[in-house]
Design a protein around this ligand. Structure first.
Ligand code: NAD
Length: 385
């Protein structure tokens, strides 16, 4: 069976869904591997490295996809009119497509119509067995690291207390909002750089995790927040009253911060606005806000998704898209391993092909389509409506 790895064509995407390391392992499973020329360049992997690992380097998307039984992508393939190449229509019928596939009802319909078996890896259930396949975790971890590094780069002082013969520069106050995978890595990174770190979250479990990393907890807790975590491990949407109380507690704290890193997400919804215009106005000139939630609408009222803006009072807000893509080589390595683990877990050694049992919780979680129909439980009712 042939496994195809396409070049990512979406704007500012630097990642690639397979590395020479994973290519070798796919070949060891009995697959032949085709990689589109230039697929790894933005992540620092030349064609020659894929060829040395045993892959065929194909000149374009059509040649890469011809005859493929498995297709690996970072982001959803481009469809008609979305770019110069209609990647979707080049994917052979019956192929298994894996990546962060944008599991909307419309996309799922397209996959079904084209007979593609689409596995949306972002829907992976958060169970222990699935952890090593979890693209959201691997990418969020790196995004959290990168956010702090970019904040440090934009900040015109320093993170640690700098004691010199010419005097002392105080340590930076760093506040991390949302202490999930990205936030915890941001806390750890900011601590390593010598910042004075505090953090907030709404899930009760996060408070201990914040403290165990040596940061202080700042936040509002009540009866409602005791049940803020869903069975899936995510934060629930909370009431307007809760958010108002949380904002009161946080407002006074933010005014004293040099760096604010926001990472808060509520699954399936726009990111909550945690930093208001007034809070930004209360910060000192030269302060930096990094909004990793920008792609989900942003946690900061003044974030302009995709841009860096400086407010009239001198606060810079970095609201770039695709934070994992800003650390493309590492993000590709982890994403590629997540996909490799998924495929080796569901691998039929005799047939040398993937085998996705319909009753498996991981398969149920990710598989959008099968046999030309949309089958994902969260999308089937939408289809009937
Ligand atoms: P996420 O990206 O959905 O959200 C980021 C953080 O924002 C979360 O911690 C959330 O509680 C927080 N948040 C939401 N609303 C907020 C608000 N109003 N104020 C402050 N913070 C707010 O979450 P995530 O990082 O993907 O993970 C959430 C949890 O799931 C973590 O505890 C993580 O360790 C856990 N997890 C478990 C597994 C597993 O396999 N067991 C895998 C991945 C993640």
């Amino acid at each position: 069976m042939r496994l195809a790895v396409l070049k990512e064509r979406r704007p500012a995407e630097t990642r690639v869904a397979a590395t020479p390391e994973t290519v070798k392992k796919f070949i060891a499973l009995g697959l032949t591997v085709a990689v589109e020329s230039g697929a790894g360049l933005a992540a620092g992997i030349p064609d020659a490295d894929y060829a040395a690992a045993g892959a065929e380097v194909a000149p374009d998307a059509a040649a890469t996809l011809a005859g493929a039984g498995i297709v690996l992508k970072i982001r959803a393939p481009l469809g008609t009119g979305e770019g110069a190449v209609d990647e979707l229509s080049l994917i052979p019928r019956g192929a298994l497509l894996l990546g962060q596939l944008q599991a909307t009802p419309e996309m799922a319909e397209s996959y079904a119509r084209l007979g593609i078996e689409a596995g949306a890896m972002e829907l992976l259930p958060r169970i222990t067995r699935a952890q090593s396949m979890d693209i959201l975790s691997s990418q969020a971890n790196l995004a959290g690291y990168r956010a702090v590094i970019e904040a440090a780069g934009a900040f015109t002082r320093g993170f640690p207390m700098l004691m010199t013969a010419a005097g002392t520069i105080p340590a930076a106050n760093v506040f991390v909002m949302g202490a999930g995978v990205a936030g915890l890595q941001a806390i750890a990174t900011a601590r390593r750089l010598g910042g004075r770190v505090s953090a907030t979250d709404v899930r009760p479990a996060a408070k201990e995790e914040i403290k165990s990393l040596g940061a202080s907890f700042v936040g509002y807790e009540d009866e409602e927040s005791k049940a803020a975590q869903t069975a899936g491990g995510y934060a629930r949407q909370l009431s307007a009253e809760f958010y108002a109380r949380q904002a009161e507690v946080i407002a006074a704290h933010i005014a004293k911060q040099d760096i604010v890193i926001t990472t808060a997400l509520v699954q399936g919804r726009k990111a909550p606005t945690l930093v208001t215009e007034a809070m930004v106005a209360s910060m000192k000139p030269g302060s930096i806000i990094v909004d990793i939630a920008a792609d989900a609408g942003g946690n900061v009222a003044l974030t302009r998704p995709g841009e860096a803006v400086t407010t009239p009072n001198g606060v810079t807000i970095l609201g770039y898209h695709n934070w994992p893509g800003r650390i493309g080589a590492a993000a590709s390595a982890l994403f590629a391993r997540n996909l490799l683990t998924f495929l080796t877990t569901f691998w039929d050694k005799e047939a040398k092909a993937p085998k996705l049992p319909a009753e498996d919780d991981i398969v149920k979680g990710v598989l959008l389509t099968r046999g030309g129909a949309v089958i994902h439980p969260s999308l089937v009712p939408a289809k009937a409506a």
